[in-house]
Design a protein around this ligand. Structure first.
Ligand SMILES: Nc1ncnc2c1ncn2[C@@H]1O[C@H](COP(=O)(O)OP(=O)(O)OP(=O)(O)O)[C@@H](O)[C@H]1O
Length: 732
């Protein structure tokens, strides 16, 4: 910290450049005004001593300049403010959150375990060394004790000098002094020897474990005394560069090694150009530095050089996680883990637990951050786009979502895997429709499915309109109650497509693209959830109409900026969200997730096919219990397929012997709004014509004491019509 020289107007000292002229007869009369005007503050040389270079993290406590503004009387004095700033939190950052404490404890336990295991494996070697060096140590120890008792060391050099000079008197005096010193030392030694003998006798007569304990303590000590200085008993636990504590200096050095001219020139002018608005602190299993980059430098420019940053920090790539930090575009959050992400064991997917259930309206665990925090996603009212080059892990990530959907028994799942590998075959037992391949037939079926989806969206919009009129869909959206209501036709429908580029670049591409875009726009509120996985996200392989309307995105490793922005949205790359930094295969599963709060790098949970099969078995059990198995009808309902008689039986009001057409129509409309919505009594009469057993006649009721007669049917007629029809069907 340097205290700048304060120019004092009344100071008559000359500046160093001027020679002082002794006052005398020829002394010049000095023009003070001129001298003052010539006087300049000597230029301050930049301090080149690295130890003295100020740390931008430290607080500048230079006393305020005298003569500053005078109108601050009401403000808190600057010294007090400075002192306040100095105050450190009582608890360290890591100790202030449960997550921090857990991460810290885990890290320390892991390290201790490692050291323990390391030495345990080598313990036979250590025992051999101890056995070899302990006797040597015993002899050497006795020798040292005797040497000490003789007090030869003390003035040996002086006695030697006296002997050489032939000064017998001096020698004798010195030796007498040695002897005096030596007397009490012999006594100490004698007592120690006696204690050792008594100790040995006690040990010999005491319980065996006393001797073992004494041996465990004494023998290694003797071995330590006996071993040569350059050969320690235990091997060094090599820590290598497993972890580097992040310091301001390290971060600054790393940032100036990126060959970013703007950073380097700014730092050359002012070492504080890289500033730390918060202290570097522990965050989960690592440390985080929030860095304000020099003016005009964007965080994204640093993020793009993640490889160089890792090299400058001398750490593996997947241990270094730069991200844009909230505040301004020049603020960088640099998180450095205790160990590379590839070596941090991702916890098991919570949905693998036997009791796990999913409600598609609620969030479920989907991925983990580099700090191993869980990131959750929900499915309802969302469309997902997963993109990445081969080996980036998009199929596995997509499969996670479908597995989760399978655990909600209300959800109908249909989808096409256009790669033809069979990654999704494990899900077949819970899917109403599944296609696998890139042959023309599969592509045609996939296209027909998209056409059906569009019709389904239209049908659903009518149903939602009906329920909205009844006050059951307040936001004109599917509610959890409607999704659960059997026969509402508004249950969640997951439609997934992996490697969609195969369809988009085929002859069906143009129409499929247009229809899918409409489905995405229309279906979101209607419970239709579209999941798309694609390898080549250019505008031919993925129409921009689709990418624009998707609200949840996961961009895994991609090759370039275009692919990155097609998936994450325009200017994502510029803002620093760059999935180009992930390596395919080695960093499979890593990607940037957008649409769930903070945009961030996450790794999807890894669920192999065996684990996936276990989840599917559980999903089948849940669906069986809910009455949805084998699965939703494999044949897609293409029109208002319905059975009027069965529907009438289903909605028949309790034990009534007869019911008005009017009442029945209202109940039917509630059951299947898309089919019966808007039906009137006469329409029901007409629809019942093909069933002669049912005679529509007058049915009387007392309403508020008055007899009211309307057209209606008898329950007995309905049941005999159903029996008649069933007989006919059986005969066919
Ligand atoms: N979350 C993950 N964690 C660890 N490894 C993963 C993860 N996801 C995928 N992998 C591994 O990466 C490999 C490739 O994954 P996946 O098949 O999903 O890639 P892809 O992007 O679909 O590639 P392609 O386009 O060639 O099918 C998988 O075999 C798997 O072993």
């Amino acid at each position: 910290m340097s205290i700048a020289a304060q120019p004092d107007p009344d100071d008559f000292d000359l500046t160093p450049g001027e020679t002082e002229t002794p006052a005398g007869p020829d002394a010049e009369v000095v023009d003070l005004t001129e001298v003052r005007s010539r006087r300049v503050t000597p230029p301050v040389e930049p301090d080149t001593d690295p130890d003295k270079v100020e740390d931008a993290e430290s607080i500048d406590d230079t006393p305020p300049e005298d003569g500053g503004p005078v109108d601050m009387a009401d403000d808190i004095p600057a010294e007090i403010l400075d002192r306040r700033k100095d105050r450190r939190p009582i608890l360290a950052d890591w100790a202030r959150s449960w997550r921090g404490v857990k991460a810290m404890a885990k890290h320390q336990t892991k390290d201790a375990g490692y050291v323990l295991a390391y030495h345990a494996v080598r313990s036979p070697k250590y025992a051999g060394k101890v056995a070899l060096w302990a006797p040597v140590g015993a002899v050497r120890g006795i020798g040292r004790a005797l040497h000490w008792a003789m007090a030869e060391e003390g003035n040996w050099a002086l006695r030697q000098a006296a002997a050489q000079r032939g000064e017998a008197d001096v020698w004798l005096k010195l030796d007498a002094r040695r002897q005096r010193q030596s007397v009490w030392r012999w006594w100490v030694l004698a007592f120690a020897a006696l204690a050792a003998v008594v100790g040995t006798v006690v040990l010999a007569f005491g319980p065996a474990w006393w001797s073992y304990l004494a041996a465990v303590i004494v023998v290694p000590l003797l071995a330590t005394v006996g071993r040569p200085a350059d050969r320690p008993i235990t091997d060094r636990v090599s820590e290598g560069n497993r972890y580097r504590k992040l310091t301001a200096e390290l971060v600054r050095r790393a940032l100036t090694s990126l060959q970013l001219a703007a950073i380097n020139s700014a730092v050359a002018k002012d070492p504080k150009a890289i500033a730390f608005p918060h202290d570097i602190h522990r965050d989960g299993p690592g440390h985080i530095a929030i860095v304000d980059l020099p003016y005009g430098v964007e965080a994204s420019e640093v993020i793009a050089r993640r490889g160089k940053l890792a090299s400058a920090l001398r750490l593996p790539l997947d241990q270094v996680w730069p991200e844009p930090a909230p505040g301004h575009t020049g603020r960088l959050a640099l998180w450095v883990g205790y160990e590379p992400a590839s070596q941090m064991k991702q916890p098991a997917w919570p949905l693998l637990s036997d009791s796990a259930k999913v409600d598609v309206f609620q969030a479920f665990a989907f991925a983990t951050t580099p700090r191993l925090d869980t990131v959750s996603v929900d499915l309802m009212f969302r469309n997902f786009l997963f993109g990445g080059q081969p080996g980036s892990g998009k199929t596995f990530a997509l499969r996670d979502l479908i597995l989760a959907a399978a655990l909600d028994p209300r959800t109908e799942i249909r989808g096409y895997e256009l790669k033809g590998v069979g990654d999704f075959a494990v899900l077949e037992p819970v899917m109403a429709e599944y296609g696998n391949g890139f042959d023309d037939e599969t592509l045609a079926r996939c296209f027909a499915f998209i056409e059906w989806l569009y019709e389904e969206a239209r049908r659903r919009s009518k149903r939602i309109e009906h329920y909205a009129r009844m006050g059951k869909a307040p936001e004109n959206k599917v509610t959890p109650e409607l999704a659960r209501l059997k026969g509402s036709g508004l249950h969640p429908l997951v439609a997934w497509f992996d490697e969609l580029q195969e369809l988009m670049t085929s002859k069906y591409g143009k129409d499929a693209g247009e229809l899918l875009e409409k489905v995405i726009k229309l279906g979101r509120a209607l419970g239709i959830i579209i999941l798309i996985g694609t390898q080549i996200p250019d505008k031919d392989s993925l129409p921009t109409g689709i990418t624009r309307n998707v609200n949840s995105r996961f961009c895994l490793s991609v090759a370039d900026q275009t692919a990155n922005d097609m998936i994450l949205g325009t200017s994502a790359y510029k803002l620093g969200y760059r999935a180009t930094v992930f390596q395919p295969v080695t960093e499979a599963g890593w990607g940037i997730l957008r649409g769930f709060g903070k945009v961030q790098s996450v790794r999807s949970y890894y669920v192999d096919t065996t684990a996936a099969a276990r989840i599917v078995a559980r999903a089948v059990a849940l669906r069986t219990a809910a009455g949805n198995v084998p699965v939703f009808p494999a044949e897609r309902e293409v029109g208002p397929v319905h059975d009027l008689l069965a529907d009438l039986a289903q909605v028949w009001p309790g034990d009534e012997k007869s019911a008005w057409n009017e009442t029945l129509c209202a109940a039917l409309a509630e059951l299947r709004p898309d089919v019966y919505g808007g039906w009137e009594a006469a329409q029901l009469t007409a629809a019942l014509k093909p069933h002669p057993a049912i005679k529509v006649g007058d049915v009387g009721r007392r309403i508020e004491g008055r007899a009211v007669t309307r057209r209606g049917i008898k329950h007995a007629d309905l049941l005999s019509a159903i029996a008649e029809r069933n007989r006919k069907r059986a005969a066919d």
